[in-house]
Design a protein around this ligand. Structure first.
Ligand SMILES: COc1cc(C[n+]2ccc3cc(OS(N)(=O)=O)ccc3c2)cc(OC)c1OC
Ligand SMILES: [Zn+2]
Length: 240
């Protein structure tokens, strides 16, 4: 139905998903000095200690690691969020060429890839699907990551928390899913500092992500990132 090619890519998604031209679409280009510093923005807190990944899916557009979201074991809280949001899945966006692949750009610069940790508001909604259509239904933590050949901390059973820099300085704004159905239901939290991953870790991640199923030609080959969308008057806030 949709993809990232010429015929089915981001420039024609509005034909089947008119919200693609809505007022709070993602990703965006973040211009740091135009973001308004909001001292009331507290730290983002991740409780992923008991996180249990249940399956790895390759939907032809990305590789998704799903988590058990049947209770509040793995949640994100604080920052711009009014209550804890449950971790549902994480996935990546990347480019075939080294320097392109992230979805959010910073003053026009893009990174090699971007990790999205997708959470949903289980306090107000009963299912992910219901939350995915509500204006405060989802919270996605976005992390740029760059491939540094060299040392890096170990993954240790792959708790996504180990991917995160220690102090999370971030930008936050109201946006949408970056792939169809493009619902305008996401509170975005974009971490400022890129995380570095070594070849060895990438290999480990690749094994984890592509275990048990032939690495999909489409997934490996395509640029699965949507270009930045119009801000349309939205305010981007920055934590300290
Ligand atoms: C589990 O049920 C759903 C899974 C999915 C799968 N899905 C599709 C697209 C997604 C796009 C996303 O956007 S992103 N890239 O901004 O993180 C995040 C999670 C997604 C998850 C979508 C749904 O409704 C929109 C679902 O509810 C019916
Ligand atoms: Zn994504």
């Amino acid at each position: 139905l949709w993809g990232y090619g010429k015929e089915d890519g981001p420039s024609v998604w509005h034909k089947n998903y008119p919200v693609a031209q809505g007022d709070r679409q993602s990703p965006i280009d973040i211009v740091p000095h135009q973001a308004s510093h909001d001292p009331s923005l507290g730290p983002v807190v991740l409780n992923y200690d008991q996180c249990t990944s249940i399956k790895i899916a390759n939907n032809g557009h990305s590789v998704v690691v799903e988590f058990d979201d049947s209770d509040d074991r793995s949640v994100i809280r604080g920052g711009p969020l009014d209550n804890p949001y449950r971790l549902k899945q994480f996935h990546f966006h990347w480019g075939v060429k080294g320097c392109h692949g992230s979805e959010h750009t910073v003053a026009g610069n893009s990174y090699a890839s971007e990790l999205h940790l997708v959470h949903w508001n289980a306090v107000k909604y009963t299912t992910f699907g219901e939350a995915a259509t509500a204006p405060d239904g989802l919270a996605v933590l976005a992390l740029y990551w760059i491939l540094l050949i060299g040392s890096a901390a170990d993954f240790k059973g792959f708790n996504p928390k180990c991917l995160l820099p220690s102090s999370l300085h971030y930008w936050t704004y109201l946006g949408s899913l970056t792939t169809p159905p493009l619902h305008e239901s996401v509170i975005w939290i974009v971490v400022k500092d890129p995380i570095t991953v070594s070849e060895k870790q990438l290999g480990k991640l690749r094994t984890l992500l592509f275990t048990g199923e032939e690495e999909d030609q489409r997934t490996r080959m395509e640029n699965n990132f949507r270009p930045p969308q119009l801000l349309k008057g939205r305010n981007v806030r920055s934590s300290n």
